[in-house]
Design a protein around this ligand. Structure first.
Ligand code: FAD
Length: 456
C-alpha cells in the first residue's frame, strides 16, 4: 500500500526527511491539505495565501519531474488524512514536525487515527534539544544561542530522493485555481511577483545570490536602503529550503558568517518559546502587561488607519508600512521601528499590530511574529524594556534610511538627506504628506505614563 507524505510548512524535495522516509517505503501519495479550520484565528493571511499558491504550483511541478504529483485537498486535516488513507489503503503518514499550537493538536488527533511518523527538519535543532543546567527549556536568547552553537553545524543536508514512485491509483485532487488563493478585485499583490519567486528553486537562487554578501551582513543588515539581508524568511517559513542547508552554505561562504548564523538561531529560539508557551501569539508572556491600558481601537481608529496605510507623518514608519503593503515584506530594522511606534507612540496593543503583520507579510510566521512583537512590546519572556522607547527619527538618520524613504514615500523623494527624516521639523513637508500623528516627546510621555500606571 502507498505511504502518505503530509506536506505543510516544508514544501521542498531536498533535505525533507519525511519525504525521504516515504519514498524509501514504496509508492508515495504527496498530499497538501488547505486547512482553515484547525488554526482557527490563525488561518493563513492574505499575503501568505498568495505565496502558498505559487509554492504549491512549484512543488507540483518538481514532483511531476520525478513522475509523481501533488494531491490537493481542503478541510480539517484530521478528517482529510483519514479519508485519503481509507480510500488509498495507506497505513502510514510521514510528516515534518511543526511547532504552532494548532499543528501540535492536529498531530495528536491524527496519531490517534493512523500511524503518523514525525520527523525533524524544520529547525536547526529539534525543539527543546538544548536545556539549561537545571533541565528546563531556555527562556533567554543569549544562553540558548550559545547552547545551540555547541551542536552546530547541523547534520549535512540530504539530496532529494532519486525516485518517488507513484501509487497504482491517484486519489482525487482539487484544482489549485479553485482554492482562489490569489487576490482579485483588487489585486493588491500585483507587485509581489517582481520581488519574489516562491518555491524551492526560488529559495536556492536567493540563497546563491546572498552568498557573496555574507561578509558584509553584520553591518549591511541594519541599513534599510541596502539589500543587505538574505530575504529568505518566506522561503524558510514555508520550508522551501531547510535551515540546515542555509547554515551549511552560508558557513562555507567567504566572510565571517557568525552574525547571520545567530539570526538563524533566533528562528529556532522563537519556535522553542512558542512550544513552551503556545498562547504566545494572543497573550502577554509577562502577565503584568495584562494591566496595561492600551488605547481603545475605536477611539484610536484614525491613528490605527494611518499606521496601516503608511500615513503617520513619520517617514521611516510610513516607508516600512508601504513596503509591507506593496511587497509583503519589511526590512527587520524598520519592523522594529514601526512596531515600536504603534505600541509606544500610538499606545495600541501589540496584538493588533501582530495581526496586521499576520495578514500582510509573505513570511508571516506564528513563532517569529509573536516573539518579535512581544520583544518590542516588552511583554515577552526575553524582551526589550518597555521604557526603552525608540526614537524613529533618530533611528532613520542613524541607519541611513534616506534612499529607502525616497523609494517608498514618493511624496518625499525630492528632499535631501538632511531633511527627509523629519520634513515637518525642517518646514519642508509637502501638502500631500501628512503631519505627524503625535510628537515624539508627547508620545513617549504618554507611553511612559501608561507603563507607570500598569506597574501601579
Ligand atoms: P535575514 O537577516 O537574512 O535573516 C535570515 C533568517 O533568520 C530570516 O529569514 C529569519 O528566518 C531568521 N531571522 C532573522 N531575524 C529574526 C528574528 N528577529 N526573529 C526570528 N527569526 C529571525 N520573521 C519572520 O520570519 N516572520 C514573521 O512573521 C516576523 N515578524 C516580525 C515582526 C516584528 C515586529 C519584528 C521586529 C520582526 C519580525 N520577524 C519575522 C523577524 C525578522 O524581521 C525577519 O525574519 C527578517 O526581516 C526576514 O528578512 P531576511 O530573510 O532578509 O532576514
Amino acid at each position: 500500500s502507498p505511504t502518505i507524505i503530509w506536506f505543510r510548512q516544508d514544501l521542498r524535495l531536498s533535505d525533507q526527511a519525511a519525504l525521504a522516509a516515504a519514498a524509501q517505503a514504496g509508492p508515495v501519495i504527496p498530499l497538501y491539505i488547505l486547512d482553515d479550520e484547525s488554526p482557527r484565528q490563525w488561518a493563513m493571511g492574505g499575503a501568505s495565501r498568495w505565496w502558498l499558491h505559487h509554492s504549491l504550483a512549484s512543488l507540483d511541478e518538481q514532483l511531476r519531474a520525478k513522475g509523481s504529483r501533488l494531491i490537493l485537498r481542503r478541510g480539517r486535516c484530521v478528517d482529510v488524512l483519514a479519508q485519503v488513507a481509507k480510500d488509498s489503503g495507506a497505513q502510514v503518514v510521514h510528516a515534518i514536525r511543526h511547532h504552532e499550537p494548532w499543528w501540535r493538536n492536529a498531530e495528536k488527533a491524527v496519531a490517534r487515527q493512523i500511524d503518523l511518523r514525525l520527523h525533524d527538519g524544520g529547525l536547526l535543532l529539534p525543539v527543546e534539544a538544548v536545556r539549561t543546567g537545571g533541565g528546563t527549556p531556555y527562556r533567554i536568547y543569549t544562553p540558548f544561542s550559545r547552547a545551540v552553537m555547541l551542536h552546530m553545524p547541523p547534520a549535512p543536508p540530504q539530496p532529494a530522493p532519486q525516485r518517488i514512485d507513484a501509487p497504482l491509483h491517484w486519489p482525487v485532487s482539487d484544482r489549485l485555481e479553485d482554492w482562489k488563493l490569489l487576490p482579485r478585485d483588487p489585486d493588491w499583490a500585483s507587485g509581489f511577483s517582481a520581488d519574489w519567486s516562491p518555491g524551492e528553486d526560488g529559495a536556492k537562487r536567493y540563497l546563491d545570490s546572498f552568498l557573496g554578501e555574507v561578509g558584509d551582513y553584520a553591518v549591511a543588515r541594519d541599513l534599510p536602503s541596502q539589500e543587505g539581508t538574505s530575504r529568505l524568511s518566506p522561503h524558510l517559513h514555508f520550508g522551501e529550503i531547510s535551515p540546515a542547508k542555509v547554515w551549511h552554505r552560508v558557513a562555507q561562504a567567504p566572510g565571517d558568517a557568525t552574525v547571520y548564523l545567530k539570526e538563524l538561531i533566533w528562528r529556532d529560539y522563537a519556535h522553542n518559546q512558542v512550544w513552551a508557551l503556545p498562547t504566545y501569539g494572543s497573550e502577554n508572556a509577562q502577565p503584568a502587561f495584562d494591566a496595561m491600558h492600551w488605547r481603545d481601537l475605536r477611539e484610536a481608529r484614525g491613528d490605527w488607519a494611518a499606521w496601516k496605510q503608511g500615513r503617520t507623518g513619520y517617514p521611516i514608519v510610513d516607508a516600512g508600512m508601504r513596503q509591507l503593503w506593496q511587497t509583503g515584506w519589511m526590512h527587520n530594522r524598520v519592523r522594529m521601528i514601526a512596531a515600536s511606534f504603534l505600541i509606544k507612540h500610538l499606545l495600541i496593543d501589540w496584538r493588533h499590530g501582530a495581526r496586521w503583520f499576520w495578514d500582510t507579510l509573505v513570511d508571516a510566521d506564528y513563532a517569529n511574529n509573536s516573539v518579535n512583537w512581544q520583544w518590542v512590546a516588552g511583554s515577552g519572556v526575553d524582551a526589550n524594556l518597555f521604557t526603552r522607547i525608540m526614537a524613529p527619527l533618530t533611528q532613520s538618520d542613524k541607519f541611513g534610511a534616506a534612499d529607502y524613504i525616497r523609494q517608498w514615500v514618493p511624496e518625499l523623494a525630492h528632499l535631501d538627506d538632511r531633511v527627509i527624516h523629519d520634513p515637518d521639523f525642517h518646514g519642508v513637508r509637502p501638502a500631500s504628506y501628512p503631519e505627524k500623528r503625535i510628537g515624539h516627546r508627547e508620545g513617549r510621555e504618554r507611553a511612559l505614563t501608561a507603563y507607570r500606571q500598569m506597574k501601579g
